[in-house]
Design a protein around this ligand. Structure first.
Ligand SMILES: *Cc1c(COP(=O)(O)O)cnc(C)c1O
Length: 384
């Protein structure tokens, strides 16, 4: 069997040589003409259910050939039957929740912390779901007959806590477990192989990898992905084909980017642990901390830490790190979760989830690690 590394470059592109092409074609059509309107009506009956028939999509909200290549590729890299792409990570999560409500099981059990807006979407009940927040060991007890989803992020944003996916999936079966795999990416962790039913990504982050495309994607079983396509057709959160093109290209360098950035991050995490202005570093496996076995193959490229320095001064003082929310780009970013990524959360819940006002989160990129360290060190001293 061809290796994962090789497939990351070729998945979604297997037909190109037969088409006489090297690079995937970018299809910007919003509509797909046909002289056979009776035949198109029959096809709409199929496509409107979320099924696919191998033909062109009739209309851009039903699908797009460039986006479909990205979906095919990501599904393969996550070991899923299928995937559906959306305009953003939040559009992807919204489609999951709408499909869940439509299935008649609107209750969600969530493990905090999640990405701030995911937390707020669940807490608000905006889409007709209700949520019980539970620590991981109490999730199974929180499951009710109307529970349609258990949701977790591992490693979590921004505390980088890991959850044992296999143990959690086993404890809640047959309720589907959704893992937000944005931080780990399928390079480091494949939740479906560990028993999760659904994987979600903010493709805006590592999958794209260059900070210039927004998107979201959900991978899982065929029937579930059909339900998501049906929701997407009716609610319209489609991924733009240009973004689909960029995200497919991103997958071809995903492994080298994630591995190199993770090596930089592990080095920075170790140096931060010895810095006088830093009281605590959050990084999977740092200082021999116990980790779920066979799950994430390295600590990843995100690091967070609590500082005695004024976090706002540190953000103002960096010169190489880009002071900005978001993550997963080839260059390094730093942000203050309480001010940005988790600002929208209710402050009490945020404290309870371990998101302290002293916490800073860095998304480590591909710069020279000594240059990154010099910048962090001088910024921490400036704020001390
Ligand atoms: C950014 C992010 C999201 C939301 O994705 P968008 O593309 O910004 O809508 C969801 N989960 C995690 C872990 C994220 O980092």
């Amino acid at each position: 069997m061809t290796s994962w590394t090789t497939r990351a470059l070729h998945a979604g592109r297997d037909d190109l040589v037969g088409l006489g092409l090297h690079v995937p074609p970018l299809d910007l059509s919003t509509t797909y003409p046909s002289r056979d309107s009776a035949g198109e009506a029959d096809r709409l009956d199929i496509l409107g259910t979320g099924a696919t028939d191998g033909g062109l999509p009739v209309y851009g909200r039903l699908g797009n050939p460039t986006v479909a290549r990205f979906e095919t590729a990501l599904a393969e890299l996550e070991g899923a039957q299928a995937a559906a792409a959306f305009a953003s990570g939040m559009a992807a999560l919204s489609a999951v929740l709408i499909a869940q409500v439509a299935s008649g099981r609107p209750h969600v059990v969530g493990v905090r912390p999640l990405y701030g807006t995911s937390d707020v979407l669940l807490t608000s009940g905006l889409l007709g779901t209700s949520v019980t927040w539970a620590p991981v060991e109490k999730v199974a007890a929180a499951v009710r007959p109307e529970t349609g989803l258990v949701m977790v992020e591992t490693p979590a944003n921004p505390t980088l806590c890991e959850v044992d996916i296999r143990a959690l999936a086993d404890s809640v079966a047959p309720v589907p477990l959704l893992v937000d795999n944005t931080f780990a990416t399928p390079v480091l962790q494949r939740p479906l192989a560990l028993g999760a039913a659904i994987v979600l990504h903010s493709a805006t982050k590592y999958l794209g990898g260059h900070g210039d495309a927004m998107g979201g994607i959900v991978a899982g079983e065929d029937t579930f992905v059909e339900a998501l396509r049906r929701v997407r057709f009716m609610t319209g959160g489609v991924l733009h084909p240009v973004a689909g093109y960029q995200l497919l290209r991103g997958l071809s360098t995903l492994e080298v980017r994630v591995r190199a950035a993770s090596a930089n991050a592990a080095e920075l995490a170790g140096r931060l642990a010895d810095h006088p202005a830093v009281s605590r570093v959050h990084y999977p496996g740092l200082e021999g901390a116990a980790r779920p076995r066979g799950q994430m193959s390295s600590g990843g490229a995100m690091v967070s830490f609590e500082t005695h320095a004024d976090p706002h001064t540190v953000i103002g003082a960096v010169r190489l790190f880009t002071p900005a929310v978001s993550l997963g780009s080839v260059d390094s970013l730093i942000q203050h979760p309480v001010s940005l990524s988790h600002h929208v959360m209710d402050p009490g819940s945020r404290d309870g989830a371990g998101v302290s006002p002293r916490l800073l989160r860095v998304s480590v990129g591909l710069e020279d690690v000594d240059d990154l360290w010099s910048d962090l060190d001088q910024a921490l001293r400036a704020g001390d």
